[in-house]
Design a binder for this molecule. Sequence first.
Ligand SMILES: Nc1ncnc2c1ncn2[C@@H]1O[C@H](COP(=O)(O)OP(=O)(O)OP(=O)(O)O)[C@@H](O)[C@H]1O
Ligand code: SF4
Ligand SMILES: [Mg+2]
Length: 399
Amino acid sequence: MTVDGAGPVESPVEAAFEQEVARGEPILEVRDLVKHFPLTKGVLFKKQVGAVKAVDGVSFDLMQGETLGIVGESGCGKSTLAKVLMNLEPATGGSVRYKGEEISRLSGAGLKAVRRNIQMVFQDPYTSLNPRMTVGDIIGEPFEIHPEVAPKGDRRKAVQDLLDVVGLNPEYINRYPHQFSGGQRQRIGIARGLALKPEVIICDEPVSALDVSVQAQVINLLEQLQSEFNLSYMFIAHDLSIVRHISDRVGVMYLGRLVEIGSDREIYDHATHPYTQALLSAVPVPDPTARESRDRIVLTGDVPSPANPPSGCRFRTRCWKARERCAVEVPLLAVPGWLSGPAAHESACHFAAERDQAEPDQAERDQAESGPAEQAEPGQAEPGQAGNGQAERGGPETG
Ligand SMILES: Nc1ncnc2c1ncn2[C@@H]1O[C@H](COP(=O)(O)OP(=O)(O)OP(=O)(O)O)[C@@H](O)[C@H]1O
Ligand code: SF4
Ligand SMILES: [Mg+2]
């Protein structure tokens, strides 16, 4: 089976998407992405009384052939981000470009081509597969919408090839999902994700529901498929060790926003955002001596509601470093000018510093700043501002 050849090209728009993007160039460019779910009151006459700000100004690039891990506590907006990127949920605002084309401006063949090229693997292999369909029908279903990838007469063979690629016996094509183990079901989900020969696969907690031993097999399979078909992955997970293993870069989300993003080494060994440092300090350590000697940060307080996030820095209600400035000024995702080496990566904190590093004093920060720090209304920041001396890459606070 080969997933490398693109199917027959239907239109000039589709042809444009088939063009090669050199490895290392952005395949997805996400800017200030916002997804708010309205909160309504009343039975007959529904009135909007607020909104759950599930994703609230997220910006990042996904590079060709890379794996970008996304981590963060439950409810921080990871799945919503994935669904908006997949077009399963309409965005409230912001922009997503696929190979330079704004997705929201596409329709017809262009939109269909993008949808084909971005696929998703879901968390729960037990509920994401229709129990009444055979594995052959599940994996081959996308061909109904995109017959150009596998014309009717070739479909059985195409599905068997996909089963083979994910390490399942091609003769299982007529079996039903309940006849497979959890790990095998996730392989079926991956085969379905691969059916349309996509370039980007968004994996939302693809191994969280699996046993540890099976997790490793599925991760290995994903890595092998990535190098074979030059796939780009966005890999969402709770488990920071798994994310480190598979990711080239890692983004950390808190309450609908990215708070830190960098290479796996920058994030795991040189985190500068207090929230990332707290998450990392809670990662289980197998060595009892190392476990005893490490300095764990225990976060106090509950995660605030995404319907009413704190003003300024959203993490301030749980941050041990919080000061007055944190309540009034939104920290933008940017490289702090006072940091150097691997610590100099994007971090949305006014006082970003590694754990064992002395915090920058006012003079250091002033020196790094290129202009006067902007004052935002509580919960407000101007789009495009980065007056805190940071090279900006962030979104507007919309709360
Ligand atoms: N369809 C919806 N309508 C209203 N609110 C929603 C909807 N989907 C998600 N939310 C809310 O948006 C926020 C983010 O949810 P999301 O599922 O994206 O979080 P997550 O980071 O994927 O969490 P988990 O790690 O538990 O999967 C949550 O507060 C959730 O309740
Ligand atoms: S900006 Fe302030 S509250 Fe937010 S993480 Fe940094 S120190 Fe903590
Ligand atoms: Mg989720």
